[in-house]
Structures are given as structure tokens and as C-alpha cells.
Design a protein around this ligand. Structure first.
Ligand code: HEC
Length: 222
């Protein structure tokens, strides 16, 4: 936990410095792993309804792209600290997407001062939609509260897991993750319950990893 909060403080310090000096150079985002979407800029997020592997890849690339390019102004984990608008509530449908992509491409300048740099040319639209996918999948404030106690119990069970059938626990985590709401109205929330469920899926369930994900995620919400 200490590491996490120190990193957060570091980022905030950097943000103030970088902005005071106007140094907000966009950082390239590697989007090779994502399917191409053509040269024309789309008006709706193509990865939203892609589901499965494409959606998860977009989320992962978007998470890193967001952290490097947007977090310093729009907040870590898309929770705004007040410097720039909170992007979690931009509706996950065409109107919200059009507005998102317009700002992403052109940035925002007021009285000759760049308040937000333009990212379109440098990062391209695959990066734009990957970042959009990450933003719109953020769980809403308090969306986990109701499940907090149960998720902590599951965390403790996983941490002490020897062996046995994980199916019931996995089903419960999947069910919880499907009930967690986003601020954008996007049907899938990238919550700690989903992350833990993903770690437990497949041939070799990662009990320790899932328990750790829950520990970090649950303490971060408080
Ligand atoms: C240097 C600070 C800064 C950075 C970096 C930055 N933004 Fe912004 N952004 C702003 C400000 C300030 C506004 C408010 C502009 C306005 O009044 O419309 C804004 C507005 C937006 C809006 C419109 C939000 C709304 O509710 O109207 C979107 C979408 C957006 N930014 C996305 C991004 C994305 C995506 C990134 C990273 C790729 C990013 N921004 C990086 C400062 C920043």
C-alpha cells in the first residue's frame, strides 16, 4: 500500500510541474495487438461490443495509455482530482463517443493556452478507443460497497486455498462482477471482482494472484 500511495503522490507532483512548464508531450501507445479499425475516424467505440479477448486487450492497452497520457490531469483510475473533468460519466454510446474523440483529436485551447494537448495525430484512433474502453469500464463511486464484506471473505478463502473445486467461488465472483455498475452506463465494469474472476479462469487458477488483486482493489476503494 505504501508504494501505491507514494507513486500517486509522485504523479501529482509531476503533474503540477509538467503543466506549469507546458510539457505535456503525448506518450506513444503500442496498439499492435488490437484489430485494425481503418483510417477514417469512427464515431463509436469499436471495441465496446467486441467482447472477449479484443475487449480485454483494449482495456489493458487503454489502461496503460490512460496512465501515461491522461491521468496527470484527469486523475489516477479516472477519478478526477478537480484539475480536469471526471471522464467516468461520459456516456458509453455514440454521443459520448463523438465528444470523446473530438477532444482526443483536437485537445482544448482557451485564450491561446493549451489546457489539453491534441493526441489524435500522435497516438492514432486505436489508442483513442482503447483508452475510451478503459475509461468507460471504470466502476462507479460506491459500486462495490454492497459487495465489500463478501469480497473480503472470498479474498481470505482464496489466500488460504489449498485445493478443491473453485467453480462455485468463481461463479459467485462472476455474478458479483456482472452487477457492478459503471458511471458511463457501459454494461461491463472493470472491477476487482472481474479481475479476480479472470485470474481464476482457465487451466491453472491463480489463487494467490486473485487474493492479491482483491486485497489491492478493496483497500483502494476506501
Ligand atoms: C494537461 C492536462 C490534460 C491532459 C494531459 C488531458 N486532458 Fe482531457 N481535458 C483537460 C481539460 C482542462 C479539459 C476541460 C476542457 C473543457 O473545458 O472542455 C479536458 C477535457 C477532456 C474531455 C471532455 C470532457 C467533458 O466532460 O467535456 C475529454 C473526453 C478528455 N479531456 C479526454 C482526455 C484524454 C482521453 C486524455 C489522454 C489521452 C486527456 N484528456 C488528457 C485537460 C487534460
Amino acid at each position: 500500500m505504501l508504494k501505491v500511495s507514494l507513486a500517486a503522490i509522485g504523479l501529482v507532483g509531476f503533474a503540477t510541474f509538467a503543466m506549469a512548464h507546458g510539457d505535456v508531450t503525448p506518450q506513444p501507445v503500442n496498439t499492435d495487438a488490437l484489430p485494425d479499425v481503418g483510417d477514417e475516424w469512427l464515431t463509436e467505440n469499436p471495441y465496446r461490443s467486441a467482447g472477449g479477448e479484443v475487449w480485454s486487450t483494449a482495456l489493458e492497452i487503454g489502461s496503460s495509455g490512460y496512465s501515461q497520457n491522461c491521468a496527470r490531469c484527469h486523475g489516477l483510475g479516472v477519478v478526477s482530482g478537480g484539475i480536469a473533468p471526471d471522464l467516468r460519466y461520459l456516456e458509453a454510446e455514440e454521443e459520448g463517443d463523438e465528444w470523446f474523440v473530438e477532444r482526443f483529436q483536437s485537445g482544448y485551447t482557451q485564450n491561446g493556452i493549451t489546457k489539453m494537448p491534441a493526441f489524435g495525430e500522435l497516438l492514432g484512433q486505436k489508442a483513442a478507443w482503447a483508452i475510451r474502453t478503459y475509461i468507460e469500464a471504470r466502476p462507479d463511486d460506491g459500486a462495490l460497497d454492497e459487495y465489500d464484506t463478501r469480497l473480503k471473505e472470498i479474498r481470505d478463502q482464496l489466500a488460504a486455498w489449498q485445493d478443491g473445486d473453485i467453480k462455485a467461488l468463481l461463479a459467485e465472483l462472476t455474478d458479483i462482477s456482472s452487477k457492478i455498475e459503471t458511471g458511463s452506463g457501459s454494461p461491463i465494469a472493470d472491477s476487482v471482482a472481474l479481475q479476480a474472476a479472470n485470474l481464476l479462469t482457465g487451466e491453472t487458477p491463480d489463487f494467490t494472484g486473485a487474493a492479491e488483486a482483491l486485497t489491492i482493489g478493496l483497500s483502494a476503494t476506501h
